[in-house]
Ligand binder design. Structure first.
Ligand code: SME
Length: 167
Protein backbone atom coordinates (compact mmCIF):
# COMPACT_ATOMS: atom_id res chain seq x y z
CA UNK A 1 0.00 0.00 0.00
CA UNK A 2 1.23 3.47 -0.88
CA UNK A 3 2.06 5.55 2.17
CA UNK A 4 -0.81 8.02 1.79
CA UNK A 5 0.28 10.12 4.75
CA UNK A 6 3.73 10.71 3.26
CA UNK A 7 2.17 11.53 -0.07
CA UNK A 8 -0.16 14.07 1.59
CA UNK A 9 2.86 15.61 3.32
CA UNK A 10 4.69 15.89 0.00
CA UNK A 11 1.61 17.50 -1.57
CA UNK A 12 1.45 19.92 1.32
CA UNK A 13 5.11 20.86 0.81
CA UNK A 14 4.52 21.52 -2.89
CA UNK A 15 1.51 23.70 -2.09
CA UNK A 16 3.64 25.90 0.18
CA UNK A 17 5.31 27.53 -2.83
CA UNK A 18 8.72 27.15 -1.25
CA UNK A 19 11.78 28.12 -3.25
CA UNK A 20 12.61 25.16 -5.46
CA UNK A 21 15.89 24.35 -3.69
CA UNK A 22 14.16 24.20 -0.34
CA UNK A 23 11.31 22.10 -1.68
CA UNK A 24 13.74 19.52 -3.07
CA UNK A 25 15.64 19.41 0.21
CA UNK A 26 12.47 18.95 2.22
CA UNK A 27 11.28 16.13 -0.01
CA UNK A 28 14.57 14.30 0.45
CA UNK A 29 14.34 14.79 4.22
CA UNK A 30 10.70 13.65 4.28
CA UNK A 31 11.61 10.36 2.65
CA UNK A 32 14.85 9.75 4.53
CA UNK A 33 13.46 10.52 7.97
CA UNK A 34 10.19 8.60 7.61
CA UNK A 35 11.08 5.41 5.79
CA UNK A 36 13.54 3.24 7.67
CA UNK A 37 14.71 1.27 4.67
CA UNK A 38 15.59 4.53 2.81
CA UNK A 39 19.21 4.72 4.00
CA UNK A 40 20.37 7.13 1.30
CA UNK A 41 18.03 9.49 -0.54
CA UNK A 42 19.09 11.99 -3.18
CA UNK A 43 17.70 14.04 -6.03
CA UNK A 44 19.71 14.45 -9.21
CA UNK A 45 18.69 17.03 -11.81
CA UNK A 46 19.41 16.54 -15.49
CA UNK A 47 21.61 19.25 -16.96
CA UNK A 48 22.68 18.80 -20.55
CA UNK A 49 23.69 15.15 -20.62
CA UNK A 50 24.56 14.75 -16.95
CA UNK A 51 22.71 14.07 -13.74
CA UNK A 52 23.85 16.60 -11.17
CA UNK A 53 23.30 15.87 -7.48
CA UNK A 54 21.07 18.56 -6.00
CA UNK A 55 20.87 17.36 -2.39
CA UNK A 56 20.92 14.15 -0.41
CA UNK A 57 20.75 12.57 3.02
CA UNK A 58 22.95 9.64 3.95
CA UNK A 59 26.62 8.88 3.49
CA UNK A 60 28.56 11.36 1.37
CA UNK A 61 28.97 10.23 -2.24
CA UNK A 62 31.58 11.00 -4.83
CA UNK A 63 28.98 10.54 -7.57
CA UNK A 64 27.83 14.12 -7.82
CA UNK A 65 27.74 14.18 -11.60
CA UNK A 66 26.63 11.06 -13.49
CA UNK A 67 26.61 10.97 -17.30
CA UNK A 68 23.42 9.66 -18.92
CA UNK A 69 23.82 5.92 -19.52
CA UNK A 70 26.21 5.40 -16.60
CA UNK A 71 25.24 3.63 -13.38
CA UNK A 72 21.72 2.81 -12.30
CA UNK A 73 20.71 6.49 -12.35
CA UNK A 74 22.14 7.15 -15.80
CA UNK A 75 20.56 3.95 -17.11
CA UNK A 76 17.13 5.08 -15.87
CA UNK A 77 17.45 8.26 -17.94
CA UNK A 78 18.93 6.54 -21.00
CA UNK A 79 16.21 3.88 -21.02
CA UNK A 80 13.51 6.31 -19.85
CA UNK A 81 12.31 3.90 -17.20
CA UNK A 82 12.53 3.46 -13.47
CA UNK A 83 15.02 0.97 -12.07
CA UNK A 84 14.48 -1.37 -9.13
CA UNK A 85 17.63 -3.28 -8.22
CA UNK A 86 17.23 -6.00 -5.60
CA UNK A 87 20.94 -6.82 -5.45
CA UNK A 88 23.33 -4.10 -6.54
CA UNK A 89 26.23 -6.57 -6.84
CA UNK A 90 24.49 -8.00 -9.90
CA UNK A 91 24.57 -4.72 -11.83
CA UNK A 92 27.63 -4.35 -14.01
CA UNK A 93 27.82 -0.56 -14.20
CA UNK A 94 26.54 0.11 -10.68
CA UNK A 95 28.20 3.14 -9.07
CA UNK A 96 28.82 2.37 -5.40
CA UNK A 97 28.17 5.11 -2.88
CA UNK A 98 28.46 2.98 0.26
CA UNK A 99 29.66 -0.57 0.79
CA UNK A 100 26.59 -1.08 3.00
CA UNK A 101 24.16 -0.54 0.11
CA UNK A 102 22.39 -3.73 -0.97
CA UNK A 103 19.50 -2.51 -3.12
CA UNK A 104 18.43 0.61 -4.98
CA UNK A 105 15.46 2.27 -6.64
CA UNK A 106 15.68 5.09 -9.17
CA UNK A 107 12.50 6.86 -10.21
CA UNK A 108 12.35 9.38 -13.05
CA UNK A 109 11.16 12.91 -12.44
CA UNK A 110 9.44 13.37 -15.76
CA UNK A 111 6.63 15.13 -17.52
CA UNK A 112 5.70 13.06 -20.55
CA UNK A 113 8.90 12.95 -22.65
CA UNK A 114 10.77 15.58 -20.66
CA UNK A 115 13.03 14.17 -17.96
CA UNK A 116 14.02 16.64 -15.25
CA UNK A 117 16.00 14.26 -13.06
CA UNK A 118 15.68 11.28 -10.75
CA UNK A 119 14.94 10.40 -7.16
CA UNK A 120 17.58 7.87 -6.09
CA UNK A 121 17.16 5.75 -2.96
CA UNK A 122 19.59 3.17 -1.58
CA UNK A 123 18.91 0.62 1.14
CA UNK A 124 21.23 -1.40 3.35
CA UNK A 125 18.69 -4.22 3.10
CA UNK A 126 18.60 -6.53 0.08
CA UNK A 127 15.43 -6.42 -2.05
CA UNK A 128 14.14 -3.48 -0.03
CA UNK A 129 12.04 -1.89 -2.78
CA UNK A 130 8.84 -2.99 -4.45
CA UNK A 131 5.78 -1.65 -6.24
CA UNK A 132 4.64 0.40 -3.22
CA UNK A 133 7.92 2.29 -3.15
CA UNK A 134 7.76 2.85 -6.88
CA UNK A 135 4.16 4.12 -6.67
CA UNK A 136 4.96 6.49 -3.82
CA UNK A 137 8.11 7.82 -5.50
CA UNK A 138 6.31 8.12 -8.86
CA UNK A 139 3.59 10.21 -7.24
CA UNK A 140 6.14 12.46 -5.54
CA UNK A 141 8.23 12.68 -8.72
CA UNK A 142 5.10 13.73 -10.59
CA UNK A 143 4.54 16.60 -8.15
CA UNK A 144 8.17 17.68 -8.55
CA UNK A 145 8.03 17.44 -12.35
CA UNK A 146 5.03 19.73 -12.34
CA UNK A 147 6.94 22.29 -10.28
CA UNK A 148 10.11 21.93 -12.38
CA UNK A 149 8.10 22.40 -15.58
CA UNK A 150 6.69 25.66 -14.23
CA UNK A 151 10.13 26.68 -12.98
CA UNK A 152 11.63 26.17 -16.40
CA UNK A 153 9.20 28.74 -17.72
CA UNK A 154 10.17 31.27 -15.08
CA UNK A 155 13.44 33.14 -14.65
CA UNK A 156 14.40 31.34 -11.43
CA UNK A 157 17.69 29.53 -11.65
CA UNK A 158 18.23 26.08 -10.19
CA UNK A 159 21.30 25.67 -8.06
CA UNK A 160 22.19 22.00 -8.27
CA UNK A 161 25.88 22.75 -8.06
CA UNK A 162 25.37 23.60 -4.38
CA UNK A 163 24.79 19.83 -3.79
CA UNK A 164 24.74 20.10 -0.04
CA UNK A 165 24.08 17.25 2.30
CA UNK A 166 20.76 18.01 3.90
CA UNK A 167 20.80 17.77 7.68
N1 SME B 1 24.23 3.98 -7.20
C1 SME B 1 23.97 5.06 -8.12
C2 SME B 1 24.88 6.23 -7.91
C3 SME B 1 24.44 7.13 -6.84
S1 SME B 1 25.20 6.77 -5.36
O1 SME B 1 24.75 5.44 -4.97
C4 SME B 1 24.67 7.78 -4.23
C5 SME B 1 24.11 4.57 -9.54
O2 SME B 1 24.60 3.46 -9.78
O3 SME B 1 23.75 5.30 -10.45
Amino acid sequence: MVDELLLRKAEYLVQQNLPLDELLRRVVALLHLNLHHYDWVGIYLLQDNELVLHNYMGDPTEHRRIPVGVGVCGTAVAEKRNQIIGDVTQVENYLACSLDTKSEIVVLIRDKDTIYGVIDVDSDQPDAFGPDDESLLNAIAHLLADRLRRERHSSDRLQPSSAEQTR
